[in-house]
Structures are given as structure tokens and as C-alpha cells.
Design a protein around this ligand. Structure first.
Ligand code: NAD
Ligand code: UDP
Length: 318
């Protein structure tokens, strides 16, 4: 493993994953700079870190160049939930593509390693199941999800071209659906939607029949995977799938959340959004063999912790 990087830049540091990553990096002794434009991230997510002399937060949009001095970069800035990334699709593509160019340019100047938070969405609506890294995907380039999917695909292209052309040390993680405390309560993602609906006694909005599947990874496991990938010795570039390979249908998830919250909420079917992938599950053999990484948190345990978080959040808002 490489020497511990001292100064670490986390773009999207005030977001769901970014805030957990900043916390873990600080805990291991790094100086952390969070860069975020607070589009979907919240200052509340990092408020508890601000008292640390080793943590700084900068408001900045990564579609503009950034001049800072760091030893390592995690590029997480990008809205991740469908309602957020479809709110301003042009900005979403700009963040993925121009943002990647700016962060890669920074890494090139600093000669430092850079990790890209890519996504299982690069596989689109997969025809190969579960998805190995070698699968090239089935993405609709002109649909409503394309701003995110194609933006992230182009970002991967840029990472690999900077690696080949400029010898830059890159790491590309393909992250599958991740959940946990600090998810945005209104981001429309299935775990946060169902939990908030269950806790407030509203019907759980099941899109389609709920037969579509996802594989849900608890945030602490995912962050461990990102840290291992960044720290791994060269020549490991990825892309590497990071996710929990336990597949669950969305209908089963609804039932589980109703049972765990003890809610009396009903389940209400709503139309399936356009281009909603029918199945998704990571093949994690690479991550397991090359990083010694496997998720440890069972779904029910992770959901219980997430429910606790939303209970506190909703109580504070009352
Ligand atoms: P999030 O929306 O909570 O966090 C994204 C952060 O990026 C937010 O704080 C937002 O304000 C910031 N941001 C957006 N555009 C920006 C810009 N132009 N300049 C600076 N900051 C900007 O989402 P998340 O779930 O924490 O996702 C983080 C990263 O991981 C994203 O790149 C996402 O694509 C990737 N990812 C997440 C998941 C998941 O399940 N959570 C799955 C696959 C990939
Ligand atoms: N979903 C649902 N009800 C909701 C929100 C989402 O049934 O209130 C479904 C959605 O159609 C998709 C799955 O849950 O099939 C996961 O959706 P999410 O937005 O969390 O992630 P993504 O589709 O990007 O994997």
C-alpha cells in the first residue's frame, strides 16, 4: 500500500458519500479540503468536522478551474439521485465532463493520484447479469438519464486518456446503489423515499410492480472500498465495481422497510420512470481479489442505522 497522503481534496465533500469520506480521512490523520457548490450537499453534513484544524470547506463549482495544493484527489462532485441530476441535465453533464477535466488538470499539475466516483449507471439497463467490469453497457444516449450516464462514461474516458497520455495515477470506482445516514431526505432515491414515507405514515411509492432489482451497499462498506482502492499499489487503475452483491427487488425492499419501522403505511404503485434499469447487481470478484474488499453490513442492519438517522432528522424538523 502507498504512503498515507497528507493533504486530500474531496470534491462533493458536503454530499452523502463525500461527508463520510471526509470523516474517515480525518480520522486516519489526513488534512482534508472539501470542495462543494452545495447543489445537493448540505453544510449540516460537515458541520461536525468544521472545528477540526485539519478540515477546510471551500464553496466552489468544479466546472471552474481550481488552484490548490494537495497530495491526492477524490472526485465525487456530481448530483447522484435521478431527480437531482435531471433537474438541470446540462449542468450535470458539465459537472461530470468539464469538472473531470478541471480535476484531472489539477492532478496533472500536482502529479498526484486521483480517484473518480463513477457509477453502475455506466452499464445502463444491463443485458449481462450480474455486471462485471468488462461489460460495456446498454445506455440510451438521448434519454432522461443520459446526462448522468453518458457524463460519467465520458469522465471515465477522460480518466483513462489522462492516464495513457500523461501517465497520471488514476483510480476509477464504479459505485453501485449505496445508502445510509446523511442521504438527502428529498432526493427521491428509493431507500430515503421509503424510509421517510414509512416514518411519516405515508404510502410507499412503488414504481412499476417493484420487480426491478438493485443491490444496496451500506455507506461505511463503500467508503472502506474507496480508501482501499485509492491506497492500492500501482498499476491498479480500475475500473472496479464497488457494491454489495446481494440483489433485492424494490418490492421486497418496501416490505423490509415497513417491517423494520413497524409502520402502518400502505404500498402505492406509481408509473415506472423512463429507462429505469430492470436489474442491477455488481460482480465484485475484482475488488475482492485485488483489494481484499467485501461489504460486511447486511441490508437489515444498514437499514436499521439509516432508519435511526431519519428518525432523528424528522424529530429535529418537527
Ligand atoms: P450527493 O448528491 O449527496 O453528493 C454530491 C455532492 O457534489 C453534493 O454535495 C453536491 O452539492 C456536490 N456537487 C454537485 N455538483 C457540483 C459542482 N459542479 N461543483 C462542486 N460540487 C458539486 O451524492 P452522493 O450519493 O454522495 O454521490 C457522490 C458521488 O458518488 C457522485 O459522483 C455520484 O455520481 C457517485 N455515486 C453515488 C452512488 C450512490 O448510490 N450514492 C452510486 C453511484 C455513484
Ligand atoms: N423507486 C421506487 N420508488 C421510489 C423511488 C425509487 O420504486 O419512491 C425505484 C426506482 O424506479 C428504481 C429503484 O427504486 O427502480 C432505485 O431507484 P433510485 O432512484 O434509488 O436509484 P437508481 O434508479 O438510480 O438505481
Amino acid at each position: 500500500m502507498s504512503v498515507l497522503a497528507k493533504r486530500v481534496l474531496v470534491t462533493g465533500g458536503a454530499g452523502f458519500l463525500g461527508s463520510h469520506l471526509c470523516e474517515r480521512l480525518l480520522a486516519r490523520g489526513s488534512d482534508v479540503l472539501s470542495v462543494d457548490n452545495y447543489f445537493t450537499g448540505r453544510k449540516d453534513n460537515i458541520a461536525h468536522l468544521l472545528s477540526s484544524p485539519h478540515f477546510e470547506a471551500l464553496r466552489h463549482d468544479i466546472t471552474h478551474p481550481l488552484f490548490v495544493e494537495v497530495d491526492e484527489i477524490y472526485n465525487l462532485a456530481c448530483p447522484a439521485s435521478p431527480i437531482h441530476y435531471q433537474f438541470d441535465p446540462v449542468q450535470t453533464t458539465k459537472t461530470s465532463v468539464i469538472g473531470a477535466i478541471n480535476m484531472l488538470g489539477l492532478a496533472k499539475r500536482l502529479k498526484c493520484r486521483i480517484l473518480q466516483a463513477s457509477t453502475s449507471e455506466v452499464y445502463g439497463d444491463p443485458t449481462s447479469h450480474p455486471q462485471p467490469e468488462s461489460y460495456r453497457g446498454n445506455v440510451n444516449p438521448i434519454g432522461p438519464r443520459a446526462c448522468y450516464d453518458e457524463g460519467k462514461r465520458c469522465a471515465e474516458t477522460l480518466f483513462f486518456d489522462y492516464h495513457r497520455q500523461h501517465g497520471l495515477g488514476i483510480r476509477v470506482a464504479r459505485i453501485f446503489n449505496t445508502y445510509g445516514p446523511r442521504m438527502h431526505p428529498n432526493d427521491g432515491r428509493v431507500v430515503s423515499n421509503f424510509i421517510v414515507q414509512a416514518l411519516t405514515g405515508k404510502p410507499l411509492t412503488l414504481y412499476g410492480k417493484g420487480a426491478q432489482t438493485r443491490a444496496f451497499c451500506y455507506v461505511d462498506d463503500l467508503i472502506e472500498g474507496l480508501l482501499k482502492l485509492m491506497g492500492a499499489d500501482d498499476p491498479l487503475t480500475g475500473p472496479i465495481n464497488l457494491g454489495n452483491p446481494v440483489e433485492t427487488s424494490v418490492a421486497e425492499l418496501a416490505e423490509t422497510i415497513i417491517a423494520l419501522t413497524g409502520s402502518r403505511s400502505s404500498i402505492r404503485q406509481e408509473p415506472l420512470p423512463e429507462d429505469d434499469p430492470t436489474q442491477r447487481c455488481p460482480e465484485i470478484g475484482e475488488a475482492s481479489a485485488r483489494l481484499g474488499w467485501k461489504p460486511k453490513t447486511p441490508l437489515k442492519e444498514g437499514l436499521a442505522k439509516t432508519i435511526e438517522y431519519f428518525e432523528r432528522l424528522l424529530a429535529a424538523e418537527r
